[in-house]
Design a protein around this ligand. Structure first.
Ligand code: ATP
Length: 526
């Protein structure tokens, strides 16, 4: 389980070592905004590179997109954000502070009362700041930041900063499908900034107003199309262990579970311990009306177990919404489906239609819609369904910082004790991979050799040159930066070409040639 870490201590290290600064600190700061310093921006870059590599580069079935932050406002109408992306907010009439009603209740062990779309405060709720009971009723507050495009500030020019990166993927789906040379199932990934005017930014960077997301929309065939092609849809009951590679017969349920497993194993690979990761499967009315399943991947932060990523099976909701609002078709033509449907005789078609109509109407959908859907399927067409793994880069950076932080008491030969602060990042995400030190700086030959080795290694990884202070002090500074190894160039290097490689975690030292060092780091950084 996660060790008890005081967030103040972590924040102070992050500031002192240059991981995270308060945005605009010079002018007193601005709430909910954070800057990443020299070490923090390397950490974030490594997280994003690792995600892109795992989700896009090393797969043949995922492509990328980089869309704009400001998009046509109709996108947010279609997605539901313009009307529904809101949190309930309450004001304290005495101290004038503002809070999110659901969080206020949760923190006080109460439950916010829901009346349809409206909310009410339960008995006993008090202002978390001043203790007053004099609170307003909860009101809806839209989280999107509004701006105006062009010189005229009127409603016809209003636009929003995107509150998620995902919508652009749906809005560009037709262009991507036409150009990417992919067939369903395939995915589109995007990462970048998102903005939410959170009522109460809190828990350090956990809930910010400007943050980055890493999102994948993985498009799959509707189960009915799979049934026509494969004769049967593989469900979790058929394949509970997800054995083997993805199969054409996998239905949405298996694809959803597959992505949960993929994402969990990625979090473990970059160093989050399995014991600190949890899955929360949303139930009943926690699920959005269009979602078939949603799992939150959570991490045991020092301030509680909280969401890192949501993985939702969103059916064809998003593309269908954009089809309705844009008036453009969002369905794909699937040759394999067309051929499979072509092989059915009239009796088989009739039986299939009947079953689909019964199933859809049983789930409260209009019969005409079901019939139109079946007619399209027989023509080889459908609107793709989607599985959406949606992660937050900054939240993950915070989880990795919390997980890395460690304090260790060391005792030297004379029995003197000393405390060492060490950031135990996995080598793949550590901001600096290697510190390179000349043992002394006043021996020109040794110094030149060290510079030569540094220049050579710097071409491969982010390395840090440090020539000031005792070697022990230099090691400690690298421990706080989370640098997994330090290489010291000394007199023996001049004789046999070996350097001393010191390991951050074990503090053990070994002598290696530069080539051996490269091999070792390559295999451990991955
Ligand atoms: P929460 O319930 O914590 O507000 P959410 O369920 O609204 O999050 P999603 O809309 O599913 O979040 O966004 C996907 C991911 O984006 C989240 O899992 C999280 O990692 C990240 N994220 C969302 N809002 C924020 C925020 N305000 N600050 C930092 N990261 C965020």
């Amino acid at each position: 389980m996660s060790k008890k870490l005081d967030m103040e201590i972590l924040a102070s290290l992050c500031k002192r070592r240059g991981f995270i600064f308060q945005s605009s600190e010079l002018y007193g700061g601005i709430n909910g905004f954070w800057d990443y310093g020299p070490l923090g921006c390397e950490l974030k870059r490594n997280i994003k590179d690792a995600w892109w590599k795992a989700v896009v580069r090393t797969r043949e079935d995922v492509v990328g997109l980089e869309a704009t932050i400001i998009m046509h406002p109709s996108i947010w109408k279609a997605s539901g954000h313009a009307d529904g992306f809101a949190d309930p907010m309450v004001d304290c009439k005495d101290c004038r502070k503002r809070f999110r009603a659901d969080q206020l209740c949760e923190d006080q062990g109460l439950e916010l009362i829901k009346n349809g779309a409206a909310f009410a405060l339960p008995e006993g709720a008090v202002c978390p700041a001043c203790g007053s009971k004099n609170l307003t009723e909860p009101r809806s507050f839209n989280l999107m930041f509004k701006t105006f495009v062009g010189p005229v500030e009127d409603e016809s020019n209003a636009a929003w900063l995107r509150p998620e990166t995902a919508q652009a993927i749906f809005a560009q789906f037709n262009n991507i499908f036409a150009t990417a040379r992919q067939k369903i199932p395939f995915g589109v990934a995007q990462m970048g900034k998102s903005f939410r005017n959170e009522i109460n930014p809190r828990n350090y960077t956990f809930r910010s107003r400007e943050f980055e997301q890493m999102e994948l929309e993985f498009f799959i065939r509707p189960d009915e199309a799979i049934e026509l092609i494969c004769g049967k849809v593989t469900t979790l009951a058929d394949n509970p262990d997800l054995a083997g590679e993805p199969q054409e017969s996998w239905g949405w349920e298996v694809w959803h579970r597959y992505w949960v497993e993929q994402r969990l194993s990625w979090y473990r690979a970059i160093g989050l311990p399995a014991g600190d990761l949890e899955q929360y499967w949303q139930v009943g009315d926690e699920l959005a009306h269009y979602a078939r399943a949603c799992v939150d991947i959570e991490y045991a932060f020092p301030f509680g177990v909280q969401e890192l990523e949501g993985i939702a099976a969103r059916s064809d909701f998003d593309l269908t919404q954009h089809q309705k609002h844009s008036g453009k078709q969002m369905d794909v033509f699937d040759e394999t489906l067309k051929q499979a449907a072509g092989k059915l005789d009239d009796a088989a078609r009739g039986a299939f239609s009947q079953r689909v109509v019964a199933d859809w109407t049983g789930r409260g959908k209009p019969e005409e819609e079901a019939r139109a859907f079946v007619a399209k399927l027989f023509d080889g067409k459908y609107v793709p369904h989607v599985i959406e793994p949606s992660a937050g880069t900054d939240r993950l950076a915070l989880a990795l910082l919390c997980n890395a932080y460690d304090e260790e008491t060391l005792t030297d030969d004379k029995g003197k004790t000393d405390m060492r602060t060490v950031m135990r990042f996995h080598p793949s995400i550590a901001p600096i991979k290697l510190g390179v030190f000349p043992l002394v700086k006043n021996k020109p030959e040794l110094y030149a050799k060290a510079r030569e080795i540094f220049a050579r290694l710097q071409r491969r990884w982010n390395c840090f040159w440090d020539e000031s202070g005792a070697i022990g002090r230099r090691y400690r500074r690298m421990d706080e930066a989370g640098t997994p190894w330090c290489a010291t160039v000394d007199f023996q290097t001049l004789e046999d070409g070996t350097v001393t490689l010191r390991d951050r975690d074990s503090m053990q030292q070994v002598r290696l040639t530069v080539l051996e060092l490269i091999d070792k780091l390559d295999s451990e950084i991955g």
